[in-house]
Write a protein that binds this ligand. Sequence first.
Ligand SMILES: [Cu+2]
Length: 137
Amino acid sequence: MKHALRGAIASGLLQILLLLASLVSASWLYADQGDIRVIEVKLGGYRFMPQEIQLVAGQPAILRLVNTDSITPHNFTMIAPDDAADINVDVLGGESVDVQLKPLPAGRYSFYCGNKLMFMKSHREKGMEGALVVAPE
Ligand SMILES: [Cu+2]
């Protein structure tokens, strides 16, 4: 009886371990297949770092927006030729947000922080702007 119970617990544990192992290997496979470049952009001190982001037309990319200020909320706004590719994302202090970039035609696209406190200069006026430079394929 005791042995049977122990056996049942052991096989239950084994099943859980196998399930975990399959989940882990599935996520590894996924990471292997995804060939998406992740570009980290820091938002802090009224600056973007880097201020210029280089891309190649048609290559998928993810922008990882990291707000390095602990309290000040920032924002990433970019107007694209195609409205569907526009970006307008808020990033709270200390947080980070991933944005999937839609494919863009070659060109230079300005981006900026759209935040502004009443009676104060906008973050953009304080220098919080940059450019996404998309090279032809
Ligand atoms: Cu800002």
